[in-house]
Design a protein around this ligand. Structure first.
Ligand code: UDP
Length: 344
């Protein structure tokens, strides 16, 4: 499962040569960060994975310990930190990202995306490294323009329940641009849209909609659709996402560029729930629950810029992607708990 996904990603990056390059990945034990470490190592890069294991998991990187070229540092990028290794590329991927975490850990989230981004940018500057910031579609808030292009400035509540995430990512982007403009740093910003795949947590406050629904379906317990389920999202499979991020990080001449990386196939949450019930042959029924405050009604990226600048577009359809995460979640060792539901 791991190797199959890594090979797929690398096969789509023929022009990217990272042999011997030294890369710092903050949040490297998280869902996307750990896949990034896997791919970089397979490409013979030297990888320093930094994570405070607050929401990332040791098990995501357990297979990498002792591998030539891999170092793990348990540390919080929001705290002052001096790293001696020379870096060619710094990828700041550390942050909690699940909406249920926003109410419990708002300060951690604010710090990771602002002070953490500044610290990671400082490391890149010291080492004259290239920099990638993993920002988010949440910088658009409740978009009035769909599909949403990078030029859309956002419709965000600073004081609402999602403010800690949305505004700190926006501030992180401002830090990136400041380092570009003031110090000439070669930095890029990816706005990541909903991404799913193996290693994504399904438990408690960490569970995003795809692994939550699959876990509920596998356990034949009700699938918790918020509101009427007519809100939309556009889901990107992890391998497409990692490929897009690496193309953005490694293509020459993109300093200061902001690029949406996401799938532009929009679907309702109700459609997602029905797909998952069918795929898992589950006996689960739908349980309609209240919509969390400020949950965006629609989300879909305009990906014309990614196509033009990176020659990138998603290739893995929802059915294929869901079957991969399903295969992974069927292995009970990969699962944490279906029992814990946010707010219950
Ligand atoms: N959602 C849902 N039931 C759940 C969890 C999420 O209906 O048990 C909905 C949620 O309201 C949102 C969408 O699924 O509209 C995606 O939620 P997720 O937490 O994955 O991330 P978001 O896109 O909101 O950041």
């Amino acid at each position: 499962m791991i190797d199959k996904n890594i090979e797929l990603i690398i096969s789509r990056l023929p022009g990217v040569d990272l042999r011997g390059q030294s890369v710092l990945v903050t949040g490297g034990a998280g869902f996307l960060g750990s896949w990034m470490c896997d791919v970089l190592l397979k490409m013979q890069a030297v990888v320093v994975c930094l994570d405070n294991l607050s929401s990332g998991l040791e098990r995501n990187i357990a297979h990498l310990h002792g591998r030539p070229g891999f170092t793990f540092i348990k540390a919080d990028i929001s705290e002052p930190l001096k790293l001696d290794a020379p870096f060619n590329l710094v990828m700041h991927m550390a942050s909690r990202a699940s909406p249920f975490e926003f109410s419990q850990y708002p300060l951690e989230i604010l710090k990771a995306n602002t002070i953490g981004a500044m610290n990671a940018l400082g490391i890149a500057r010291r080492h004259k490294a290239r920099f990638l910031f993993t920002s988010t579609s949440e910088t658009y808030g409740e978009p009035a323009v769909l599909p949403t292009p990078e030029t859309y400035r956002g419709n965000v509540s600073a004081t609402g329940p999602r403010g800690c995430y949305d505004e700190s990512k926006r501030c992180g982007e401002a830090f990136v641009m400041a380092f570009c403009n003031q110090y000439g740093l070669d930095a890029r910003i990816a706005r990541i849209f909903n991404t799913y795949g193996p290693r994504m947590r399904e438990d408690g406050i960490y569970g995003r909609v795809v692994p939550r629904f699959i876990s509920q379906a596998l356990a034949n317990v009700p699938i918790t659709v918020f509101s009427d389920g007519l809100q939309t999202r556009s889901f990107t499979y992890m391998a497409d996402q990692v490929e897009g991020l690496l193309k953005l990080a490694c293509t020459a001449g993109l300093a200061g560029k902001v690029v949406n990386i996401g799938n532009d196939k929009e679907l309702t949450i109700l459609e997602l729930a029905k797909n998952i019930i069918e795929l898992t042959k589950s006996k689960s029924e739908l349980a309609f629950e209240p919509l969390p405050i400020d949950d965006p009604a629609r989300r879909c990226p305009d990906i014309l810029l990614a196509k033009a600048l990176l020659g990138w577009q998603p290739t893995i359809g929802l059915d294929t992607g869901l079957s991969h995460i399903l295969e992974w979640l069927r292995v009970s060792d990969n699962r944490d708990a279906v029992k814990s539901q946010p707010g219950k």
